[in-house]
Design a protein around this ligand. Structure first.
Ligand code: AMP
Ligand code: ZN
Length: 430
């Protein structure tokens, strides 16, 4: 793996590569950085500009499995053109400005990831209390995965058995979040006002839930602190629902012609007072300054105990502090980026939920053919839970299959679990 550009995203990716034993080399034109990475961190580093053919040849780029371009859009374009002039090695690039994606593809990138746009969407889906379909994070074919707050539904205070969500809508509740901790629910799990459910089902199931909860988008109001690329993408997502929002930033966004933001510093009192925190249902905290994000989270939680706070952590080290300050959800820029890159590198599909939880697919291996889900002991062996079964030729997946369902090799398991549990699944079930 050849990595160009060293930032929190590539640092998180490198930890994953090391854990998987995948060899990599970093190319950097910054001398001090090259020295530090090599001497302090013991990494393989090539000093030189990765958009120069000579440097790429020294790296033996033609033998690499993949090149990851993670610099600015123009630098990435240069790297991609130079790599393409030399060889057919796979190139994955991140892009800041989604409109530049076409140029990066034209230059020869195989995959272009608009990370800031994706992150804005992640934050936005978690901040609104609007109906069920606003919370869809991703899909596996017909199966939609959504994270939905209990707040505003008729289920507050009921146990899962009492809420009868499955019977009433067809949706399965496969996980519950409470302030950053995730659990697989059972019949007795109580859905409190602050709980967020992870549900799976089809579009029809989610529509049934929307009818049941009958929420009105007009009542929702979301504050967005930070109108950079990520905040702007969150705003665009809410606009498409439509959910009303107010943007705040200390400077105007020169790249945005769509939105108007209130100008002010997050750490000033006047901004806090003027921001309608008492009326807002949701708050997205997404500046590039974790200190400001922590301060604003703490102040807003104090002013409005019921507001739903979704915060961005620019550095993974600040995830816990943001939770301690009162955030309901923290989304780490570095780990979302590293997860997406790793998924592409490993050629697999998975849906990233919040920190440390994902939904992933796994084809039923020969060793489980003919066994039932219960006798395969997937949960006790791997810690992950089967939430659905896909079968070749069957249009609709079976949601929460019966423990007595018999597995066969033409089936694909859809599971929920942490990255470690997913790794255990691949190690133990084959
Ligand atoms: P981006 O990383 O592209 O999402 O941009 C981050 C945004 O956060 C920029 O538009 C900054 O102006 C904004 N920002 C950074 N610090 C503060 C602060 N203390 N108060 C308000 N906005 C801020
Ligand atoms: Zn904007």
């Amino acid at each position: 793996m050849v990595i160009c550009g060293h930032d929190p995203v590539t640092r998180a990716l490198i930890r994953k590569l090391q854990a998987h034993g995948i060899p990599f080399v970093i190319a950097t034109a910054r001398y001090e950085e090259a020295l530090r990475l090599e001497e302090e961190d013991g990494m393989r580093v090539v000093f030189g500009d990765p958009s120069e053919a000579e440097v790429l040849q020294k790296l033996r780029v033609e033998t690499a499995r993949c090149v990851i371009a993670n610099l600015g859009d123009t630098e990435n374009t240069n790297i991609i053109l130079t790599v393409r002039a030399l060889c057919r090695t796979q190139i994955v690039t991140l892009v800041d400005e989604p409109e530049n994606a076409q140029f990066l593809r034209l230059a020869g990138a195989n995959q272009v990831i608009p990370l800031k746009k994706i992150l804005g969407r992640y934050l936005a889906t978690r901040a609104t209390t609007q109906g069920a379909l606003a919370h869809v994070l991703d899909s596996f074919g017909k199966l939609l995965i959504a994270e939905l707050p209990v707040h505003g539904t008729p289920f507050v205070g009921l146990s899962l058995a009492e809420a009868r969500i499955r019977e009433r809508t067809g949706l399965a509740v496969v996980g519950v979040w409470d302030r950053g901790s995730f659990a697989i629910p059972d019949r007795d799990t109580v859905l409190s006002d602050g709980t967020v459910m992870v549900v799976v089902g089809t579009r029809e199931h989610l529509e049934a839930l929307e009818r049941l909860t009958g929420e009105n988008a007009g009542e929702d109001l979301v504050l967005i602190l930070g109108h950079g690329r990520i905040g702007c993408s969150a705003a665009a997502f809410l606009d498409s629902r439509p959910v009303p929002f107010i943007l705040i930033d200390r400077a105007a966004n020169p790249d945005c012609t769509e939105h108007i933001a209130i100008i002010g510093d997050a750490t000033s009192r006047t901004i806090l007072k003027g921001a309608a925190i008492d009326q807002a249902k949701g708050l997205i905290v997404t500046t590039n300054d974790d200190g400001a994000n922590i301060f604003f989270t703490l102040a807003c939680r104090h002013l409005n105990p019921h507001i739903r706070i979704v915060a961005r952590a620019n550095r993974e080290a600040n995830v816990d502090e943001l939770y301690a300050a009162g955030a309901d959800f923290v989304v780490s820029y570095a780990s979302v980026g590293a997860n997406i890159l790793m998924n592409i590198l490993e050629n697999k599909e998975s849906v990233f939920l919040s920190e440390g939880m994902q939904v992933f697919r796994y084809a039923v291996p020969a060793s489980l053919d003919g066994k039932t889900i219960a006798s395969a002991r997937i949960r006790s062996l791997t810690g992950s839970t089967v939430i659905a079964l896909e079968r070749a030729g069957q249009e609709e997946p079976t949601i929460l299959p019966d423990p007595d369902a018999v597995l066969s090799q033409d089936m694909i398991l859809i599971l929920i679990g942490s990255p470690e549990q997913e790794a255990r699944c691949r190690e133990t079930l084959h």
